[in-house]
Each structure stands twice: as structure tokens, then as C-alpha cells.
Design a protein around this ligand. Structure first.
Ligand code: FES
Length: 139
């Protein structure tokens, strides 16, 4: 019984620290809005059912330029994360994931998913905070 209470208090303390960090980094209300990829409907790669390997357990902040097309790595094996470097084309690795092409409508900082488990590719939707993802090993 006391072991369970101890685990619950550890979980609450751990997650409240994360929430404090989120509030610290999200100074404006618009920072908390999760953007949507306007190219989602044009590329079938967005419909891939599975996700890639967990590259990192936290998102990456990057200044995206409006109208420019980017290729976000879904397989998690690229060496220029969070973007694709063509590693998925290596026949010996037998990677089935394809990169996600995306663009933005406004030039500003975006949080790009690095855990590769987001449901709103390529933008972080907070999925990396899941306990099972935090417990997994990265590549
Ligand atoms: S880094 Fe993947 S959902 Fe946040």
C-alpha cells in the first residue's frame, strides 16, 4: 500500500515539473496551439499507420519559414534530426517509413516531434509525455 502511494506521489511530482516547464517555455497563448500540416492531404506518406523509432523523448524547437517545404524524419534513423537525410533509402536497413513533407503558413518557432509518436505529424502534440515512451530506450 505504501509502495503504491510512494509511486503515485513520485508520478505527480515528476509530471508537475514537466507542466511547469511547458508553462515556462510557452509564454504566449498561441504557443500552446498545435499547428496542422497544410500538406497533409496531398501526400500519402501522412497515412502511414505505424511510427518510427524513438529518437529523443522531447521535441525540437525550430524556426520554420512560411511556404518552404520540409521533410520530417518519421523512421527516427536520420542523422540530421528532426529532418530526413535519406537514411530510409538504405536497402540494408529495410526501413518502411517514409518522411513527412510539411510546410507552415507563418514564419516562427515550431516544436517538431522527436519521439516520432505524435498523432499530429510533424508537430509535437505531447505524446512524448506518455509513461511508456519515457520508459523506452532511445536509439
Ligand atoms: S516529441 Fe513526439 S509528441 Fe512530443
Amino acid at each position: 500500500m505504501s509502495l503504491t502511494l510512494k509511486k503515485i506521489s513520485q508520478f505527480l511530482r515528476h509530471n508537475s515539473l514537466k507542466l511547469r516547464n511547458v508553462r515556462h517555455y510557452c509564454k504566449k497563448a498561441e504557443d500552446t496551439e498545435i499547428p496542422v500540416n497544410p500538406l497533409k492531404k496531398y501526400y500519402s506518406a501522412n497515412d502511414q499507420a505505424t511510427n518510427g523509432h524513438i529518437y529523443d523523448k522531447k521535441p525540437f524547437k525550430y524556426t520554420c519559414v512560411a511556404g518552404k517545404t520540409y521533410a520530417w524524419c518519421l523512421c527516427g534513423r536520420s542523422s540530421s534530426q528532426p529532418f530526413c537525410d535519406g537514411t530510409h533509402k538504405n536497402q540494408f536497413l529495410q526501413i518502411k517509413h517514409k518522411p513527412i513533407r510539411f510546410t507552415v503558413t507563418e514564419t516562427k518557432d515550431y516544436w517538431l516531434c522527436n519521439c516520432k509518436q505524435t498523432k499530429n505529424r510533424p508537430f509535437c502534440d505531447g505524446t512524448h509525455l506518455r509513461e511508456d515512451i519515457q520508459a523506452k530506450r532511445t536509439l
